[in-house]
Write a protein that binds this ligand. Structure first.
Ligand code: NAP
Ligand code: G4F
Length: 345
């Protein structure tokens, strides 16, 4: 079957499909019977380890996942792809998503994370595509504004990444209000999983805990342990993204657990899981500090609960434990592919 065949399956186009959220979203959409098209970057090494378990050869009649080379910096490629695929749902998850890295690569972050959104929106408008558009907005946009944060809280970004996400947020609203597009912002607070990138703080911790417990590492260098975050479980958060696009009206939603946990708390729970005292292993390294820090993010997800019927089940302590367990399991498979299993409703 070729891409975009005329059968009744709904078609979704997902940018960032090789990332944490993209992999769970693709998995969930496939479980719901969608035909999924993902944008992947050409790389000299394989970059699809999070979705390899979903992929079937394109010559397979049952294939319903299609991958296309492209980049959010390449507007003409986005136009060609969207015009040929004609998806009913577009999820823009691609971004240079690392806050610390955005201080090193501010211009590129603005291009991919900010301008990438307008390239997609303008393509959709220009080719007259009738689709629903999801923008991966972020609690990082609230930055220095104190918690709790909800849909009406003022933005005060504290990084080039946060500023780029504010731009993408506003162009999404502008295309909704100006052109009547079904375009929504999911303002997601930090969400984590065994598929989280290894340099984000939770995964850095749980991976180190597994390696220390196995005698493969002796210390862990960290930055600011006082930061407060509202950490949830990524598979639950991609369900919220999908619900936003199924609702009758387009709107913007905060997705969060409403609970707070410090980096220090996450360290303590993670080391406790293997019976170790974190203070014996963790050392400070200023290179992990940021020029401007976001001290506290705690979301108020009332609107997502009331309008979308979405509620989180996994909270930070359980999340830390499940990620430690997964990293211990992954260590046993080191050098061979391993992926966590999720049961979809
Ligand atoms: P992630 O794991 O870092 O994945 C980012 C994805 O974007 C990867 O597939 C990456 O491709 C792709 N990408 C990066 N630059 C690109 C470009 N120029 N063109 C095309 N693709 C590009 O991020 P995530 O945690 O899944 O987050 C998904 C989205 O939600 C991101 O936009 C992020 O900023 C946002 N968000 C995340 C959180 C969170 O806590 N996870 C919270 C709020 C918002 P490669 O695999 O080739 O690098
Ligand atoms: O895990 P982090 O790097 O995530 P951060 O900066 O909160 O950003 C993540 O969440 C955003 C949503 O709010 C997303 F939009 C964004 O794409 C990304 O997914 O850092 C969390 C906290 C920070 O306060 C940081 O300073 O942990 C602190 N931290 C302390 N030591 C560290 C470290 N962070 C990292 N990455 N590495 C450390 O060694």
């Amino acid at each position: 079957m070729t891409a975009g065949t005329q059968d009744a399956r709904r078609r979704a186009f997902v940018t960032g499909i090789t990332g944490q959220d993209g992999s769970y979203l693709a998995e969930m959409l496939l479980a719901k019977g969608y035909e999924v098209h993902g944008l992947i970057r050409r790389s000299s090494t394989f970059n699809t380890s999070r979705i390899d378990h979903l992929y079937r050869d394109v010559h397979d009649e049952q294939s319903n996942l299609f991958l296309h080379y492209g980049d959010l910096s390449d507007g003409s490629r986005l136009a060609t792809l969207l015009d040929s695929i004609q998806p009913q749902e577009v999820y823009n998850l691609a971004a240079q998503s690392h806050v610390r890295v955005s201080f090193d690569e501010p211009e590129y972050t603005g291009d991919a994370t900010g301008l990438g959104a307008i390239r997609l929106l303008e393509t959709i408008r220009m080719i007259g595509l009738h689709c629903r558009y999801y923008q991966a907005s972020s609690s990082e946009m609230f930055g220095a504004t104190p918690p709790p944060q909800n849909e009406t809280t003022a933005f005060y970004p504290r990084s080039p990444y946060g500023a780029a996400k504010v731009y993408a947020y506003w162009v999404t609203r502008n295309y909704r209000e100006g052109y009547g597009m079904f375009a929504v912002n999911g303002i997601l607070f930090n969400h984590e999983s065994p598929r989280r990138g290894e340099t984000f703080v939770t995964r850095k911790i749980t991976r180190a805990v597994a390696r220390i417990a196995a005698g493969q590492q002796t210390e862990l260098y960290m930055g600011n342990l006082d930061a407060i975050r509202d950490w949830g479980y990524a598979p639950e958060y991609v369900e919220a993204m999908w619900r936003m696009l199924q609702n009758d009206e387009p709107s913007d939603y905060v997705v969060a657990t409403g609970t707070k946990y410090t980096v220090r708390d996450f360290l303590s729970t993670s080391f406790d899981r293997v019976g170790l005292d974190w203070e014996k292993y963790v050392k400070f390294d200023p290179r992990y500090l940021r020029p401007t820090e976001v001290d506290a993010l705690i979301g108020d997800p009332s609107k997502a609960r009331d309008v979308l019927g979405w509620t989180p089940k996994v909270h930070a302590p359980d999340l830390a434990r499940l990620m430690v367990d997964a990293d211990i399991e992954a260590l046993k498979h080191e050098g061979r592919p391993w992926i966590d299993t999720v049961t979809w409703a």
